[in-house]
Design a protein around this ligand. Structure first.
Ligand code: GLP
Length: 240
């Protein structure tokens, strides 16, 4: 496991961008696992700029997102589909056919999870980008999720609903369930890049990196990944 500690959010985003850029430059049809949340926004802005400058291209890139709220349509402004379009996809030269995210309004959970697992088997991630929840979750894999889990439906924890409510008008609007890639799907990625900033992530980061490998802290499994890099700002790294 590699740990990079940076002075600021901007420097964290720049370092993460360098890692992503290398993957895209080495393999123009790479499969990139993407994440939502506020942490990756700086990185996404740098990817957009690099694409505008023709430094990189998404023309043949495939993206596979980690998770999506259940019960909402992709046109819903709170969906992760919408988030990804607004914060990355509509500004880069990606082919919309190469964008994969779970269908929040799928008719059958089992069929949707099966579809996504088959997709991940067919297109294993060359790199998987992750953020971390303040309780140590990755994707929407909450504490207690089995390390051998595949794509599944999750009941979101109260603390996650509260954390994520800042992106909604009202806490009551936050969906209570979501689809997420399982821990096993994430661990199958060839490379993992996990980014975190701010004090409210320090405990989760400390447990993930220094604590025991336990299903109580989903991100602790990353200690076993052969190619995992943590890029942190000083606040997120403050308890290491
Ligand atoms: C959500 C997402 C995670 C993300 C986490 C942290 O729960 N499902 O993928 O890592 O939030 O979000 P933020 O980056 O906004 O702190």
């Amino acid at each position: 496991m590699k740990i990079v500690i940076t002075k600021s959010y901007d420097e964290m985003s720049e370092k993460a961008f360098e890692v992503m850029k290398q993957v895209v430059l080495q393999k123009n049809d790479a499969v990139i696992g993407l994440a939502t949340g506020t942490t990756p926004l700086g990185l996404y802005n740098l990817l957009i700029k690099a694409c505008e400058n023709k430094e990189i291209s998404f023309k043949d890139i495939k993206t596979i997102n980690l998770d999506e709220y259940k019960g909402i349509d992709k046109s819903n402004k709170n969906s992760y589909h919408y988030f990804m379009q607004q914060n990355l996809f509509k500004y880069v030269d990606i082919n919309q056919k190469n964008i994969y995210i779970e269908k929040g309004n799928a008719e059958c959970d089992l069929a949707e999870c099966k579809r996504y697992n088959e997709l991940l088997d067919k297109f294993p991630q060359d790199i998987q980008l992750l953020g971390i929840g303040s309780d140590g979750h990755i994707g929407f894999n909450e504490p207690g999720t089995k390390f051998d889990s595949l794509t599944h439906v999750v009941n979101l924890k109260k603390s996650t609903i509260k954390d994520n409510s800042r992106l909604f008008n009202k806490i009551s609007e936050v969906p209570k369930q979501a689809y997420t890639q399982g821990i096993k799907n994430i661990m199958n990625a060839k490379k993992i890049l996990i980014i975190a900033n701010g004090k409210n992530k320090a405990k989760a980061v400390q447990k993930a990196i220094c604590g025991p490998i336990t299903e109580k802290v989903p991100a602790s499994i990353l200690q076993l990944h052969p190619d995992c890099t943590f890029i942190l700002d000083e606040e997120a790294a403050s308890l290491l």
